[in-house]
Design a protein around this ligand. Sequence first.
Ligand SMILES: NC(=O)c1ccc[n+]([C@@H]2O[C@H](COP(=O)([O-])OP(=O)(O)OC[C@H]3O[C@@H](n4cnc5c(N)ncnc54)[C@H](OP(=O)(O)O)[C@@H]3O)[C@@H](O)[C@H]2O)c1
Length: 403
Amino acid sequence: MSALKLNRLAKKCFSLFPNYSTHQIRTGKENRCNEISHRSSELKMNGWQIHNYGNCEELQYATGLRMPLIRNANDCLVRINTTTVNPIDVAMLGGYGSKIINMLRCQEAKSIEFPLILGREFCGTVIQCGMGTNNKVGVGDRVWGVVPLQMNGSHAQYVIVPDYCISTAPASLSDEQAASVLYAGLTAWSGLYITGRLGGLCGAISSSGGGENKRVLVLGGAGSVGSIAIQLLKSQKVNVLATCSTDAIETVKNLGADYVVDYKNSEEMQSLNKFGPFDIVLDCAGQGAEVSSQLNMKFHQYITFSSPILKNVDNHGIGLGMIKNVTNFIETNTKSISKKGGLVKYGFFVPAQQGIELIHRLVEKKQLLPLIDSTFTFDRLPHAFERVQNGHLRGKVVINSIN
Ligand SMILES: NC(=O)c1ccc[n+]([C@@H]2O[C@H](COP(=O)([O-])OP(=O)(O)OC[C@H]3O[C@@H](n4cnc5c(N)ncnc54)[C@H](OP(=O)(O)O)[C@@H]3O)[C@@H](O)[C@H]2O)c1
């Protein structure tokens, strides 16, 4: 196609998106230009929104929603094929973290609180790219990705995400599998490598991983984060011990854990003592910082993904909440240093290209396989929320048939 024809086609496409200028959007590879040739009727989308915090009844299916717009040069518009429901979606539905997340939403994402679309990860197709996006993905590419907490999520037909939140999806994974890896995967990766410094400085700033011969205890090895943490650690030749319920022991052993115990069996839990001190105890079971000093084994670091930070601000406001956060942190660390000889730290989901690259590589080498608990069609999304709310998950709850 000649440059002139391409230019004309691009202009035609942009005329359907009156809020965009030709400076804001890349057309991508020329043979993929027709990907953005939507008829104007397709500028609407369907999705699940909430207008208030509450329970699953607040989830409302809406047709004719305005498609999200690219506002920043590094943003991409993605059509969603599959997505998931995480515990964070259920928590955010109930208003968890609303004070801080809403502050970020208004400042960074230049958006308002309601209506809010939940959903933190997906597999989809790139429809448009802003002019400043990296060239790692292009229009028409099949991608997997995550959505930062302050942005409207993936429980809809389309989503806007910054380019660093997506990359080409591994060809070996189905759409359901590809949607189910990155939110939990980047949580496990950042907990271990950014918070825990398992692979030293390089492990945190590159996709090199690391941690050979270290010893890590994973609490909650059968859940989404725990099951990925175990596989990630085993791929780096870390010695992995894990806890889970009786019925999940076989599954967790199959993920590669060297030693697995039933957390409801106090004798088995006692037996972990002889393996201490652990380099890291990774709490993927919602236990929180308090539990660290009740465990009967020593550790250098106890990293929990259930920090009190957002809840303290929800309950006490920003000022008093932050003071509480500092005092909580000092109290739990004083206890844990004196009783266990190690620090308590908080781990968080961090969308980072180096984490995505490491996870992608492990998937390609078949060292990391997604664990799916159940699959629901898009029209049954509230049932998926109930499934997550009821707990005892064995992997991820996935949503397909998005239309
Ligand atoms: N801070 C962040 O950025 C961030 C990001 C992602 C997740 N998280 C948090 O991290 C935690 C894990 O998330 P997830 O998505 O993996 O949740 P999940 O899929 O629900 O997994 C939790 C697992 O823990 C098991 N479990 C419950 N109580 C346990 C105990 N006392 N000991 C050992 N295992 C226990 C559960 O199975 P059974 O009940 O059958 O034993 C389940 O398999 C959640 O609390 C979540 O909110 C935080």
